[in-house]
Ligand binder design. Structure first.
Ligand code: HEM
Length: 538
């Protein structure tokens, strides 16, 4: 029962089948020749020297020398699981994507991650968490590459290298391995105040989740849904954990970092192995696709802003269940390649400037990380839908293509079958107005409000949650060496809330500055919380 890897696309053997490397009863070379000995090099006499003609020695050591690939430039540390997504069929009016239809089961692979630490760093550091889902749909792969925090530090991808350089360990000593407690991070976020909202979420209990199983997930950007009739709706994606949202407290997080740095990945694997399969509901907030792309005054193209769930309720559209651990960490968790541009018919992008940069960055980095342009052929990345592309050759080409005409138009290989039929194509551009008559680098004025939603978040916190936030800022800033950075951050806090600022200033032993901007009118109302305390059952 030899599989047929030599197919025209190289992908028809499906994602679960891998190259056969563990067949037969005997140890062999990579070429299948049976080996007599793997413990001793071939030598000229028992005391050497070792002979270069020992092919097994050279092959074994050569392969070992190349076992490592570059870790991800961000989100290097992660853990993943297989599962299934079942659509509820509640999106029929707004989205034609087949995997969202009622009772359609779609295989998925989900990778959770921290952002800033290296592959070997601890799980329970204070940081944002990645929540990336690959749906192997019947219409191609759809990736929802989100985080456990609904907003981002920056509004434009051109600032991504800046925020990551500031957040990564200092270049001289490579300390620290976590987001917390260093001058470069606080230097940047206090100067670049559009980071305020995300940073406040990081300093809240959301920055130290108890488990991957108890995290929310967010697509962050506004995407565009397309219905069967071609009507469009703007959308934000949410994952709601069935187990509820739970965090650690800081003392727990620190102790666990020392005692069990693998705490989160162990928890995920153990739960799945024990049959306690974690579940999340996928939900959507929908907004009319107007030329302004705003909703009740909130700019939907600004990824530093949320739309409170009280203004646009999250509607459940399907259920995710993680039910199997990866067989091999490297083959699956390390080699999986997510991309915000992996879209299916019915889901499209918007003009969010952060999203645009991501569309470039993931493909680009994966060419280096995964050794050339053929990483979609790696088993974990293979679509379950049929593939028929004109991409040819390149490093690690596993497909043995047939035919002579990988170009269009052609009259030799059956003409142009790709373009037959109508309706179910992905990547259809939707006519949206382009406002500027000239090229500009500035964003619209609505992007200048950096504090009102941070204040909304702060005011929505319970007293205990506020104390945790105060303690987190005090701890983190207390580790900074530069007094000017602490003072500048206090000014940022003054623009969020005077009590927050005063408490942190007292903790640091510094004077309390006055707000430089008028505080927004938001009332301390738990009802207007972005953290929905209730979740409708499906
Ligand atoms: C990786 C989320 C913004 C570049 C990731 C991963 C997640 C993620 C979850 C890990 C994927 C995995 O598990 O393999 C986000 C979110 C963003 C954001 C939610 C903002 C809303 C950006 C931006 C850029 C960027 C603006 C660049 C301009 C990257 C790169 C990787 C990555 C290069 C590594 C990908 C790989 O090696 O496969 N991001 N990210 N991200 N992100 Fe982002």
């Amino acid at each position: 029962d030899v599989p047929t890897p030599l197919s025209a696309t190289g992908r028809t053997d499906g994602p679960s089948k891998t190259v056969r490397a563990q067949d037969g009863a005997f140890l062999t070379s990579a070429q299948g020749a049976r080996l007599p000995d793997t413990d001793h090099s071939l030598k000229a006499g028992p005391r050497g020297p070792v002979l270069l003609q020992d092919h097994h020695l050279r092959e074994k050591v050569m392969h070992f020398d190349h076992e490592r690939i570059p870790e991800r430039v961000v989100h290097a540390r992660g853990a993943a699981a297989h599962g299934v997504f079942r659509g509820y069929g509640t999106t029929a009016e707004v989205c034609k994507a087949a995997f969202l239809a009622k009772d359609v089961d779609t295989p998925v692979f989900v990778r959770f991650s921290t952002v800033l630490g290296s592959r070997g760093s601890a799980d329970t550091v204070r940081d944002t968490r990645g929540f990336a889902t690959k749906f192997y749909t019947s219409e191609g792969v759809f990736d929802l590459v989100g985080n456990n925090i609904p907003v981002f530090f920056i509004q434009d991808a051109i600032k991504f290298p800046d925020i990551i350089h500031a957040g990564k360990p200092h270049p001289d000593r490579e300390i620290p391995q976590a987001q917390s407690a260093h001058d470069t991070f606080w230097d940047f976020v206090s100067l670049h105040t559009e980071a305020t909202h995300h940073t406040l979420w990081n300093m809240s209990d959301r920055g130290i989740p108890r488990s991957f199983r108890t995290m929310e997930g967010f697509g962050v950007h506004t995407f565009r849904l397309v219905s069967a009739t071609g009507a469009t709706t703007l959308v934000k994606f949410h994952w709601k954990p069935k187990a509820g949202v739970h965090s650690l407290v800081w003392e727990e997080a620190q102790m666990i970092s020392g005692m069990d740095p693998d705490f989160h990945r162990r928890d995920l694997a153990d739960a799945i192995e024990a049959g306690a399969h974690p579940q999340w509901e996928l939900g959507i907030q929908t907004f009319p696709d107007t030329p302004e792309q705003t909703f009740q005054g909130i700019d939907l193209l600004d990824p530093t802003k949320i739309v409170p769930e009280e203004l646009a309720p999250v509607q459940p559209v399907g259920l995710l269940t993680l039910n199997a651990n990866p067989t091999n960490f490297f083959a699956e968790t390390e080699q999986v390649a997510f991309h915000v541009g992996h879209l299916v018919p019915g889901i499209d992008i918007t003009d969010d400037a952060l999203l645009a940069g991501r569309l470039f960055s993931y493909l680009d980095t994966q060419i280096t990380r995964l050794g050339g342009p053929n990483f979609p052929q790696i088993p974990i990345n293979r679509p379950h839908a049929a593939v028929n592309d004109m991409l040819r050759d390149g490093f690690h080409q596993d497909a043995v293509h047939t035919g002579v005409a990988p170009y269009k138009p052609n009259s030799l290989d059956g003409g142009c079958p790709f373009f037959a039929g109508a309706g179910d194509h992905a990547y259809i551009e939707h006519p949206t107005p382009i406002a500027a008559a000239a090229k500009v680098r500035e964003a619209s004025a609505s992007f200048d409000d950096h504090f009102s939603q941070a204040r909304l978040f702060w005011l929505s916190m319970s007293p205990a949650e506020r104390e945790h936030i105060i303690a987190a800022y005090t701890f983190e800033l207390g580790k900074c060496y530069e007094r000017a950075i602490k003072e500048r951050t206090l000014l940022v806090l003054a623009n969020i809330d005077p009590y927050l600022c005063r408490q942190v200033a007292q903790g640091l032993g510094l004077p309390t500055p006055e707000a430089s901007q008028p505080l927004t009118e938001a009332q301390p109302s738990p009802a207007l919380s972005q953290v929905s305390r209730t979740w409708p059952t499906a």
